[in-house]
Design a protein around this ligand. Structure first.
Ligand code: GAP
Length: 432
């Protein structure tokens, strides 16, 4: 399958089956914005819940926050975004298409071969206005990266909880960037979600924690991808002035040329807290309760794109086998865990029994009901949205002893007959 073709198929499937819809579509669309549909929101919530639980429950010293999207505009001066959150923009003098200068090779327009303008720096923060009276409105920005609200609340978290250095603060939240060239489905959007950890530690322990979180994050991604071998590290050669190291976690089988980055592991040192201390005039030092040592904590950041992970998980799970399309999603993130079908919809005794199985399973899992068409088509419809199991209630269920049903597994297509009383444990096994 050609890679671009694969991405087109996934974009088509995502819309057709209710994972992701183009933003503002009935008005002709709005470049760089997408809406998640009924299945997409289930899958995205599963993904975020997994991440949150892994970060905060499986790591002892990590707590969460949910910060505001709009902050004091001074935040973006302190962070350096107003001065340097810029993309180099070039325009074709012939067709007037615009590109990020660092996305194109050579000095000709990739669309028509026309000559290009000199690169102009373009700030990608998204401005907004606050206030009621036109002349008195103040300028503000939608946050360009979610992590800034963590730095703003570092002291509040220290003062209000029992955490001590080293500890982490996590957040899942929206970020906004006026990208010059949004595109490639969810890869480069203007509104997207990030999942961030900021790990605060003693400067002498940066090396150790950087390595720790780099490995931890890779192992987490490996635990949810269908083909973990498709993940790799990319080591940055060009580093920010305060950084001693930086890696990306990449989806190496990406269908997008030059578009593999899923998460950054960043060595931020004391840059962020020092800058906010300077611009706010607040003392952001930490005093070690045991040694009384006073220092600005250093930070290891893991900052990933939820939407990019979502897209790469779809790409990784997508498979065409003979006459079926199957999303081999990890059952933990699949929108539905099980489909329940009566063999025939015009046999009330089958429908009634199937309804009782459906109602029971619904107490524990996200379950989908389907009674349309033949069973084969129903199985294939569930394969295409990644449902790991399908349960069919047939005449043997109601006529033979044992109260048994057929359960069919998505990837192997194997069918087994098991007792209804065993269904819950059977499905649960794949989610533990
Ligand atoms: N706080 C650090 C930070 O924001 P970044 O590398 O600019 O670092 C982190 O962004 C992650 O956010 C990226 O690895 C990517 O997954 C995601 N991301 C960045 N820009 C994006 C965009 N325009 N659309 C979708 N995801 C994006």
């Amino acid at each position: 399958m050609a890679e671009q073709n694969k991405l087109e198929k996934i974009v088509g499937l995502a819309k057709r089956r209710g994972f992701v819809f183009p933003g503002s579509e009935i008005y002709g669309g709005l470049s760089g914005f997408y809406d998640f549909g009924p299945l997409g929101v289930e899958m995205k919530n599963n993904l975020k819940t997994l991440w949150w639980k892994w970060m905060t429950k499986d790591h002892e010293d990590v707590v969460g926050i949910d910060g505001a999207i709009i902050t004091s505009p001074k935040v973006w001066e302190a962070s350096g975004h107003i001065k340097s959150f810029v993309d180099p923009l070039v325009e074709c003098k012939k067709c007037h298409h615009r590109f990020r200068a660092d996305d194109i090779e050579g000095d000709k327009c990739p669309d028509c071969g026309g000559p290009l303008t000199e690169p102009k720096m373009f700030n990608i923060l998204v401005p907004t206005k606050l206030g009621v009276i036109e002349d008195e409105k103040t300028d503000a920005y939608l946050r360009g990266e979610a992590c800034q609200t963590i730095y703003l609340n570092y002291k509040n978290v220290l003062d209000s909880t029992r955490v001590k250095i080293p500890f982490g603060i996590v957040q899942i939240g929206k970020a906004f960037r006026n990208e010059v060239t949004p595109g490639n489905f969810l890869f480069r959007q203007r509104e997207f979600e990030q999942w961030d950890l900021q790990w605060f530690c003693h400067p002498s322990e940066m090396e150790k924690w950087f390595e720790y979180w780099k490995e931890e994050r890779m192992n987490w991604y490996k635990s949810i991808f269908t083909n973990p071998d498709n993940l790799g590290f990319y080591k940055h050669e060009k580093l920010a002035h305060y950084a001693k190291n930086a890696f990306d976690i990449e989806y190496t089988a990406s269908p997008i040329s030059g578009g593999k980055e899923m998460e950054g592991i960043h060595w931020r040192g004391d840059y962020d807290l020092s800058r906010h201390a300077e611009y706010s005039g607040q003392d952001l030092h930490y005093i070690d309760p045991e040694t009384n040592e006073k220092f600005i904590p250093n930070i290891v950041e893991t900052s990933g794109g939820v939407d990019r992970a979502f897209m790469f998980l779809l790409v990784d799970a997508y498979s065409e086998e003979d006459d079926r399309v199957v999303l081999k999603l990890n059952p933990k993130i699949a929108p539905y865990k099980v489909g329940v079908f009566p063999l025939l919809k015009n046999k009330p005794e089958l429908v009634e029994k199937a309804r009782s199985v459906y109602n029971e399973l619904k107490k524990h899992f996200n379950v989908i009901w389907d009674d349309r068409g033949n069973i084969g088509k129903r199985y294939f419809a569930q394969d295409e949205i990644g449902t790991p199991y399908c349960v069919t209630i047939d005449f043997d269920t109601i006529e033979k002893e044992g109260d048994t049903v057929t359960i069919r597994e998505r990837d192997s297509m194997k069918q087994e007959r098991i007792a209804i009383s065993e269904l819950r444990a059977y499905i649960q096994k794949s989610l533990d």
